[in-house]
Design a binder for this molecule. Sequence first.
Ligand code: TGC
Ligand code: FAD
Length: 392
Amino acid sequence: MRPDLFESPDYYQMDDLLSEEHILVRDAARAWVKRDISPIIEEYAQKAEFPKQILGGLAEIGAFGPYIPEEYGGAGLDQISYGLIMQEIERGDSGVRSTASVQSSLVMYPIFAYGSEEQRKKYLPKLASGELMGCFGLTEPNHGSNPSGMETKFKDMGDHYLLNGAKLWISNSPFADIAIVWAKNEEGRIHGLIVERGMEGFTTPETHNKWSLRASATGELIFDNVKVPKKNLLPKKNGLGAPLGCLDSARYGIAWGAIGAAMDCYDTALRYSKERIQFGKPIGATQLQQKKLAEMITEITKAQLLAFRLGQLKNEGKATTAQISMAKRNNVDMALTIAREARQVLGGMGITGEYSIMRHMMNLESVITYEGTHDIHLLITGADITGMPAFK
Ligand code: TGC
Ligand code: FAD
């Protein structure tokens, strides 16, 4: 892969809206990605391996639990800082951002928001430092978009719970130390359980042959009569709203992250268009390539404004699930469209690992599917504006 020459586009002077802390946090993440991700990521994606050596660096830039209070080991930052960190990491690779999203919003958040004080103290500091890694098991082989139908269940055995079932498509599962698992009790009510690696009957086979998120480890969670101590149940919230609440936080991070992937594709295509000569002039001087580039920067700018306003609402505790859903859908769709267009600007070179665009494009095919598919998010907006849910 070529040297990382990334220059961040800021067409509407968004930096003027950021605080000094936002810029410090953003620039630290940006420098880390340039130094520790860009030089290695293509190789790891090609060999379909997660680069475990980056976990310490992710913890150092505050990517594990950015908004979790410092007393629990988090960085105690606001939601815009969280978004900016996700943007910079995904500028490097969506799979690396996935690892940070899952750890922060799908593992640390539920322990912080729904866990007991004992659970918070036991797990959060170690998750923040990367000493412990987690994963989140909601999706099942027969229940993806419709998690309320889940079949994974647990039974009260007096001194412990007995857990049975299976989860599929779980980011980080092959190496995670703990899993936040959503399962139904005997009354059919959904609860979160903290399942630890090493518990008898708990296995995490890896999913191979992915063409997308190749530098992220994805796998299953299999529970075969797993004895889970009663103290591992998240006590403060149950029902489908509990996992969906975690998704709000992760989807928000993805809305920012996708901007990073789009910025990288745009910046690469812009530079290439100025250097590549055909018919005696740079291809960037042709009207058709300028149309592509002009549309890209317009869409990136709109996505930046959407994410920033959503960040303000989130800081004020006012962002709704439907608002977050709209930003996730719009920004990921925007990034995928830009990746496809940018790939064309590079012609044949666009399909090689010399440049990041094809990797971003393939990654974004997962990002547009996980955390709620593009179509499910359209339906969430549809339900919100009409008052008539069309899922069922
Ligand atoms: P619905 O009837 O709408 O809601 C059920 C109950 O939940 C409440 N609720 C929420 N509570 C808190 N926060 C939210 N965001 C909530 N949204 C809904 C709701 O009020 C209700 O409460 P109650 O008391 O009335 O029971 O549920 P539904 O079954 O109709 O489903 C709605 C739908 C389709 C939108 C939802 O199921 C959905 O979002 N499906 C998509 C599934 C999904 O996104 N899965 C993601 C899995 S995790 C993942 O992909 C990680 S990738 C990680 C990475 O690598 O980055
Ligand atoms: P389905 O739900 O079977 O959907 C198939 C198609 O039908 C989609 O196009 C969908 O939009 C459409 N559809 C479904 N219902 C409707 C409807 N009512 N109306 C119209 N169209 C509909 N899950 C986790 O729990 N934890 C993780 O860490 C995690 N990581 C992932 C990592 C990767 C790389 C991938 C690919 C997925 C991951 N997922 C994870 C799972 C992800 O959330 C699901 O793939 C996603 O929610 C969609 O579920 P599904 O794949 O079963 O598709």
